[in-house]
Design a protein around this ligand. Sequence first.
Ligand code: ADP
Ligand code: BMX
Ligand code: ZN
Length: 287
Amino acid sequence: MKTCLAVDIGGTKIAATLICNGIMTQRVQIKTPASEKSEKLDSVLKELLLPFLESADFIAIATTGIIHNGIISALNPSNLGGLKSYLLKRCIENFSSLPLFILNDAQAATWAEYQYCQVSNMAFITISTGVGAGIVINNKLLTGYRGIAGHAGHMLADPNGPLCGCGRKGCVESIASGTAIGKAGMLLWGDSCDAKEVMQKCNAGDPHGIEIIDRSGRAIANMIADLSISLDIEVFKIGGSVGLATGYIERIKYYVAQMPTPYQSKIMLANYGSDAGLVGVSLWAQS
Ligand code: ADP
Ligand code: BMX
Ligand code: ZN
């Protein structure tokens, strides 16, 4: 059995672990650097991954952004520390000659969750730094001809909503993401507020906290309804630190339940939790 060095590069955190025979060992996690200089991410990745290399047979990386030919293009550069694009394959090949596989983070997590739920048509949604998604139709993971398939966080939630980091107005991500929740919280409770604090306030019954989290959950519910009615998805798995937070999924379920039956689907928490991207990219690399 080969050992995979699995890596998950998110907008907030980078995780790395060895996975062999489905067993995860030596998992580490660091903060994603915020720098418009790609050299910073180069050095952070090298320092993080070097100690693992002699134990690994191949490297599988799940990352935020659109993946094409080993290059990450950020749809929303603020989710990649400000970088518009990043030569990930070139960075890794500078210090490792191991076989390398790269996939979008939400697509990777979808692949893990698909193996678990065993239905032919499903989707995964991460509500995290951004809002990402992945789609499996007829047992096939959709990546698209440019790697863009599944970027449902950039579907329209409100034509009069805030400007999204991708340049479009009113995307789901600009309303529902951890970043959007944090920004709404900062307006009320100051610059140190983040999505976690807003979630805590919501769960403690604060009316403003409830309003912000509810708006996020409603936008995700509408996105689910749009995906259901366009693609006939049977199961939606929910992940990301916002999506996995106590009480959040119930809000999504509540709003989806208000819709006519054809818009409804099963909605469940991701079985692999915050490890879905790591597990999924490791499985995908071996498929
Ligand atoms: P990444 O985007 O790097 O994959 P996460 O899934 O952890 O990382 O998402 C990061 C976002 O989730 C940040 O906006 C952070 O403030 C928010 N967050 C972290 N923990 C919680 C929580 N318990 N409740 C709500 N939001 C959270
Ligand atoms: C953004 C986009 C997606 C990503 C999603 C969730 C960038 C850099 N990323 O919509 O590719 O899947 O965020 O990413 O444009 P995360 O960092 O929140 O996990
Ligand atoms: Zn957008």
